[in-house]
Design a protein around this ligand. Sequence first.
Ligand code: BG6
Length: 497
Amino acid sequence: KNTENQMLVIFGASGDLTARKLVPALFNLYLDKQLPENFIVLGASRTNMTDAEFRNKVVLESSYLQEKFKDLKEDHKATFANRFFYEDLGGDYDTDYYTLKKRIEALNDAEGTEGNIMYYLSTPPTLYETIAKNLAAAGLNTQNNGWKRMIVEKPFGYDLETAKKLNKGLQNYFKESQIYRIDHYLGKETVQNLLVTRFANSIFEPLWNRNYINHVEITNAESVGVEKRGGYYDSSGALRDMFQNHLLQIVSLIVMEPPIGDHPEEIRNEKVKALKSLRIMKDDKTIHDHTIRAQYMGSNIDGKSIKGYREEDGVAKDSLTETYAAIKFFVDNWRWKDVPFYVRTAKRMPTKVTEVVIHFKSPHHQIFQDSGMQSKDNKLIIRIQPDEGILVKFGVKVPGQGFKVERANLDFYYSSLAETHVMEAYERLLLDAMQGDATLYARADEVEAAWEFVNPILDYWKNGTDVRMYGYASGVWGPVNADELIDGIGMWRNPGP
Ligand code: BG6
């Protein structure tokens, strides 16, 4: 695909995301020769900095770059840094963007970026609409001389109402086709591979339905706690922070019908349909019975004492924000009717892992003797991270007399494709947006459909009666009560490191 000459304008460029994620991703693209001939970055934020200071901060003296590219030649870094510029917006984002416009025009002329501009909003979401409005007022949204696109970071709304308001607010100034809502999970190779596994093979899709699948399990575990983001996290929680976006995106790829082609809108149309078919939990009793929330508590791991969630900086002492969420739900459509989905996400788990497990039904007539396997049913395990790969579990005969069955694995690991460089999420997503490919970005209706599903749970957790909040020691697989959720159907698969 063609990457046209362009300028990336980052709002909130003095923040952590720019140095931590965006610049390393751009640097990789640069080393891979994926950036167009004329490409520059213009940082914009409220901090007073010169071009040189900005270059030092995010490139030349950045510890993130240093760490990632250990044996990098200094002159490489220096040439790359020359592509960076900075514009101080003054004290406020809600201001006249006249000076910014003049700077953009001057840089565009000098650097040959042909009027193509990608705005990256890496500010608090409360500023998104304001920025869009001021860009429009300065005529910086018009596409008559080069395209204009806008990438927005999550959180995309705080609930259904605010998400709708935000979508509307942005769409007042930019067309939906100009807006790219980033969900970094969609940038993960293995998440995209869900589509390929399903739709480029003939051996899985015929089984991919209620006739053969018993249940679907998704686990997203992190070993870290809230790190330095206690303040943000306490007003968010696992449901908003991970489930509404990343996990429901994964769900939509598992649930969706085959698209008629690989055009971004064809794929996104099917994802929206999938999200709209999730059965919304309307009454308190269902939510009460089908959801579990919990918080991590202090504990001692390998002689190191770990703080409980409520002791973290920025977290209220009596906080009721969940760091663990497990949800059971159904999908009301022809393919999935009555197949339960179990999805959990949490911090302070024993390890960091994300995986999808498709549990197939048992053969309907058992003829061989059970060898005492924990579970003899077939499973397809899609390991999203780490050790990205795919695993099929199936029964084989134990050598010797009789027909004892043992479980064996067929596995594929991405690491075995040694010569391929697996692009990191931000790298892949940035390049896609730079090329105008929105396949891996969330559309407004997708985001809203995901909130439709999540909203009643948030409401109940906030205002319901008899809402439970469990605790779990840091470093274990969540509260024991979560077993009740999946009881009767099996047990959670707790993957090893
Ligand atoms: C972010 C969340 O979106 O995803 C974080 O805000 C979380 O709380 C992170 O730690 C996890 O991403 P990854 O790629 O490490 O699984």
